[in-house]
Design a protein around this ligand. Sequence first.
Ligand SMILES: [Zn+2]
Ligand SMILES: [Zn+2]
Length: 194
Amino acid sequence: MSIFVPLYGELLQCPYERSHLIRPERMQVHLIKCERQHPHIKLEKCLFNYSHHIKPEEYQEHLRTCNDRILVESCLYTTEGEAAKPPPVQPPVEEYTPEQLAAGWGEENWDDMNEKPYDPAKYCRENKIIQKARLMTKSERREFYRQETIRHDMLAKKEMAEKEALEMAEKQAKEEAMALPKKQTKKRSPKKKN
Ligand SMILES: [Zn+2]
Ligand SMILES: [Zn+2]
């Protein structure tokens, strides 16, 4: 269950203690601690997202309907058969759907990588795998794929532009580094002769 809190954004309710409202990217770490603090509560861990701790009686239903199941399955599928797909875009925050926000999109923080436990669905997203439509009707699915294609095109273009800018900056830095010692040697060499 996710709750939107102004200033904090999307928060998830801890399955062990309802009063714990946790940022999606912190949930997995929180659950490790909270599980230890509530040894009397026995929850099953979702195979597709280890931050889903589910009541045993709801576990089978969760496995069947878990959103991350689609991501993980599409990851397995695409890595075998469609590896050459263009990389997906991370859309600007304002374009995120509430569902994507709840799943932790836009929360990337490479500074605390060491705090992040393994999350199969996140791995798939970060490894630039096309998301499979999980919408029910045919027309919705068609629209989903259309938007995904636009999104992927945008990312490919953005990545190209970023790569070019980086290469330009590197080239300039190299040229400046090359130019600097030359000037110095020119100034020094006449002095040595005298
Ligand atoms: Zn908790
Ligand atoms: Zn799950």
